[in-house]
Design a protein around this ligand. Structure first.
Ligand SMILES: [Mn+2]
Length: 485
């Protein structure tokens, strides 16, 4: 990457430039500064087509407005986070902000101002760089360095929301009166401007509302989740095709292969890919991905593409690295498959959210008793939760813009609630026999299996959005054989 301005004299080439972010670099001559002000074409865009989800984001803002009448609501996108010096981590807009605006710009802030009959939404953004004062080429956030931004007028056309300069917002918020709430945790500057006016309890109510608002997906969101699943399936196929290269290197080859698909077809991975070969499959959040990939072992791959509009898939397959399950691997795999089948069958409108978890856990407990790993009867095992030594985690969660979507929802709106059409959740039972678990026969140790799909609740049952990928053990083997050619 390029760095800093080219100093104009040889002497200055020896000196590090320390002030790019803070304004004029002292070595810029008056003549050059004057020269850089002019000679640039006007590139303002007009007649822009609104973003595809403009109607949906307007409906979401209307629902938010109805919930908090008479209150000023502040929803920040978040700021860049410094990695070191003048490099930043890649930015991902706060979910609440992107959900309500369709915008993903760092430092943006959505404000809903109370009016007589609802709210007036305004989006505060960094405008195009000033050329008169040299900002565009001398400031670290200048467009010459980071690329052209939309003008405020362009943003208005695209988003359907009046846009203003975000640099004026903090002072305006400090001076404003009346009740106000902010979504915390994304923009320290905005929160500082509101510090005397907000309470943690009231702000939490705003966060909870925006989490629960996302429980039921609209048509745009369902289409995005479909896209995410389709791209993810292609990413899994990519991985199968390069398993020999992973064997020659490490789990990193798998991570990198899936990441390529995520970046080409989407925005990013929706969460750190879990590329867990052999006993690493028993580590639930194995993201170091630096282990060996050995034929004869299983690969547990838990990964999801996040679309350009920030909806993510969350899919797991547990694959035999050499293309064929051993007897013990198949026995465990098929048990998890049966548990997942029972879980998916329990996903339907009107069912309790907990039903799919209970259905899957019962199957797993039955298998553990049948194999003699835990003493029955099954009801006693479930009552005491004894199966959890090997099932470890819940059977699923809501899915959407966040992989663990709607996480701030109240228990009565989520875990203790009833499934409705438009909800999307994962069904992901697993069995994990730690390599050092002396309570199971040696042949079980070091085997971990999870199968995870993304299930949309429909009017009459459910639809598996990730069914492009096979789940049954014999179908997985046939699919791998076809891909490896
Ligand atoms: Mn999951």
């Amino acid at each position: 990457m390029a760095d800093e301005l080219t100093p104009e004299t040889p002497d200055e080439a020896e000196e590090p430039i320390k002030q790019r972010k803070n304004g004029l670099y002292p070595g810029v001559s008056d003549e050059l500064a004057e020269n850089m002000k002019s000679g640039w074409a006007d590139t303002e865009l007009t007649g822009l087509t609104p973003i595809p989800q403009a109607a949906e984001t307007a409906a979401r803002r209307a629902a938010l407005s109805a919930r908090f009448p008479g209150e000023r609501l502040v929803i920040p996108a978040g700021n860049l986070k410094t990695r070191s010096n003048d490099t930043e981590y890649s930015f991902r807009a706060a979910t609440e902000y992107a959900y309500l605006t369709g915008d993903q710009t760092h430092d943006g802030v959505l404000v809903l101002e109370p009016t007589a009959d609802g709210h007036q939404a305004t989006i505060y953004l960094l405008p195009r760089s000033n050329r008169e004062n040299g900002e565009f080429w001398l400031d670290g956030m200048g467009e010459l360095w980071v690329g052209r931004r939309h003008s405020l007028a362009e943003a208005e056309q695209l988003l359907g929301i009046p846009a203003k300069d975000v640099r004026e917002l903090a002072d305006a918020l400090k001076e404003a009166t009346g009740p106000v709430r902010v979504v915390r945790g994304h923009d320290a500057g905005i929160e500082a401007a509101l510090t005397d006016k907000v309470t943690a309890e009231r702000d939490e109510e705003l966060r909870v509302f925006l989490s629960e608002a996302r429980l039921v997906k609209d048509a745009f969101e369902v289409a995005e989740l479909e896209k995410a699943c389709a791209a993810t399936a292609r990413g899994f196929e990519d991985v199968v095709k390069v398993l020999d290269k992973a064997e020659a290197t490490s789990e990193r080859y798998i991570e990198g292969t899936f990441f390529l698909r995520a970046r080409v077809e989407g925005n990013d991975v929706g969460y750190g890919s879990i590329c867990a070969a052999g006993p690493h499959a028993c580590t639930l959040h194995w993201v170091r991905n630096d282990g060996a990939v050995r034929p004869g072992d299983l690969l547990l791959l838990d990964a999801g593409v996040e679309t350009t509009e920030l909806y993510t898939a969350d899919v797991t397959r547990t694959l035999p690295i050499n293309g064929r399950y051993t007897d013990i691997q198949r026995k465990i795999y098929d048990a998890v498959y049966q548990a997942q089948e029972a879980g998916i069958a329990a996903v339907k409108p009107g069912a309790a959210y907990r039903d799919f978890h209970d259905a899957a856990q019962r199957v797993l407990a039955e298998k553990l008793v049948e194999w003699g790993l835990v003493e029955g009867p099954v009801d006693r095992v479930l009552e005491l939760g004894l199966q959890r030594r090997w099932t470890l985690h819940g059977t699923g969660h809501m899915l959407g813009m966040d992989v663990h979507d709607c996480a701030a929802a109240r228990t009565e709106a989520y875990v203790d609630a009833t499934l409705e059409p438009g909800m999307c959740l994962t069904v992901e039972p697993g069995l994990y026999f730690q390599a050092d678990d002396l309570t199971v026969p040696e042949e079980y140790r070091g085997i971990g299996v999870r199968i995870e799909d993304d299930i949309l609740v429909t009017e009459d049952g459910n639809r598996n959005l990730s069914d492009q990928l096979p789940r049954r053990s014999d179908e997985v083997e046939a699919w791998m054989a076809a891909l490896k050619g």
